[in-house]
Design a protein around this ligand. Structure first.
Ligand code: PTJ
Length: 266
């Protein structure tokens, strides 16, 4: 869990849903400070819904995807981590840590380019320890022609030249566009059947607040391995099967809740 952000003063720490309420609080504060887009709150609500039916834990399938994702980031020549408002508000310190361990720069890339947001996110990342942040100088940005949304504006030294792009919490079209450009794409998305999850090379179906710490832990272990072993991990990972297994897991979880959920009432 991110250590960043303030505790919501009105929620007691022993509240059964303290963690979840704290993340909501971080996002609401983030929205007031321009870090998070208004739509970011709605996006989080959709994510929470999927998290419920995943049992609110990092499942085996997510761990397999995390292992493959970290291996891919480690063998890439130009990996990059794309940062939007939600991830900057929820896991700023973890973004900086992962970026350092796998030597992948952070690039701010926004769907909603409201005035002041780039500065607000830059400050949040700097506060978390980031020193080199890409995507901040509007005058040098270049366009990805395959895309129509604001996400087409990228840093010439970042996403533009990257071979692997990590796009946590992503909306529709970009993964498809990045794939068409020959880039490899990794995502974290609680919705296993979002367009992003289906298009990505590696889809980590997990909450970003759990997935990033798990990726950091994995990177600490895997970075000691030779590239042949890392390539073997990537080669044996099958994203389609992993998503199918995740859907099976959701089905089983819901089935188990038919009885389990009612125990609370007894
Ligand atoms: O900061 P910006 O302007 O770049 O905008 C960021 C948002 C997230 C608002 C934008 O990318 C957006 O509208 O995204 P979508 O289309 O709502 O998709 C976000 C996806 O992330 C959905 O599939 C959600 O289920 C998922 N999601 C939401 N919260 C989490 C999550 N996945 C993992 N962890 C979460 N905490």
């Amino acid at each position: 869990m991110s250590k960043q952000g303030n505790k919501p003063s009105h929620v007691p720490e022993d509240h059964p849903r303290f963690e979840s309420l704290k993340h909501r609080h971080d996002l609401i504060e983030g929205m007031k400070n321009l870090i998070v887009a208004e739509a970011g709150l709605i996006a989080h609500g959709r994510g929470e819904c999927f998290d419920y039916i995943l049992g609110e834990k990092t499942n085996k399938t997510a761990l397999e995807a995390i292992k493959a994702a970290v291996a891919l980031l480690l063998v890439s020549d130009h990996p990059i981590i794309s940062v939007n408002g939600n991830v900057a508000a929820l896991v700023p310190e973890e973004l900086v840590k992962l970026s350092t361990i796998i030597s992948a720069p952070l690039e701010i890339n926004l769907f909603y380019r409201k005035e002041g947001r780039i500065e607000a996110i830059t400050n949040a990342l700097k506060k978390a320890g980031a020193t080199n942040i890409l995507g901040t100088d509007e005058s040098t940005m270049v366009e990805i022609e395959e895309l129509r949304s604001n996400r087409r504006l990228v840093d010439p030294n970042g996403i533009k030249i990257a071979d692997t792009v990590f796009v946590p919490l992503e909306d529709g079209d970009r993964t498809e566009a990045l794939k068409k450009l020959g880039k490899r794409v990794i995502t974290v998305d609680l919705n296993p059947i979002s367009r992003t999850a289906l298009w990505a090379d590696i889809s980590i179906v997990d909450n970003i607040v759990r997935a990033l710490p798990a990726m950091i832990e994995m990177a600490t272990k895997l970075r000691k391995l030779p590239s042949e072993e890392l390539n073997q991990i990537i080669f044996t990972f099958n994203n389609k099967k992993n998503i199918q297994d995740t859907l099976e897991l959701i089905k089983n979880y819901i089935e188990s809740q038919k009885e389990e959920a009612f125990k609370i009432l007894k």
